[in-house]
Design a protein around this ligand. Structure first.
Ligand code: ROI
Length: 167
């Protein structure tokens, strides 16, 4: 039987009511028949990495367990992105909903469709601080730990008010 794998994903939106996009995506992850034990980080607002003439982002991270293979998880995440209209205006530009497969167990994967761990995750505060809400002992293959990676990173995100965003 296939093993149950721990998966971490990053979520981002800065178009078409970003907070609503993220909240709907959270509901969809929770409702997904193959994603088990779903957990969600705090929700943050962050300044864009990339062109600065685009709106701030809403970012969060999610954890779940699954028996699906990595490419099958990618298919499911891309299907959710498509349901949200998946508008992407330019490279490193604004987008309706991004669901990035960050970590798939301890796997290192390199195929034309998929690179895991996500190639830019180590440098991105909008990915690592939300991940740290989910677990602070995360290993990023091959040789990084979340703890040391965020130790020297400035916390440049704004957590949204939990009272106004109950989950
Ligand atoms: N910048 C922020 N702050 N958050 C994101 O989710 C995000 N996503 C992207 C780029 C365009 C790199 N910049 C981002 O894809």
């Amino acid at each position: 039987m296939a093993p149950l794998i721990d998966v971490y994903i990053g979520m981002g939106s800065n178009l078409h009511e970003p907070l609503l996009q993220i909240k709907e995506a959270i509901d969809e992850l929770n409702a997904h028949p193959h994603f088990h034990n779903v957990k969600i980080s705090k929700i943050y607002q962050s300044k864009p990495i990339g062109p600065q003439d685009q709106p701030d982002y809403i970012n969060a991270a999610a954890y779940f367990q699954t028996f699906l293979g990595a490419h099958h998880v990618l298919d499911e995440l891309q299907a959710l992105e498509q349901q949200h209209g998946r508008l992407r205006k330019r490279h490193w530009g604004e987008r309706t909903l991004d669901l990035d497969l960050l970590l798939y167990g301890n796997a290192q994967i390199q195929t034309p469709r998929l690179t895991v761990p996500h190639p830019f995750m180590l440098e991105r505060s909008f990915v690592l601080f939300p991940l740290n809400d989910l677990a602070n002992d995360i290993h990023i293959p091959p040789q990084h730990s979340l703890k040391t990676q965020i130790a020297n990173m400035s916390f440049d995100l704004s957590p949204l008010d939990e009272e106004k965003n109950p989950r």
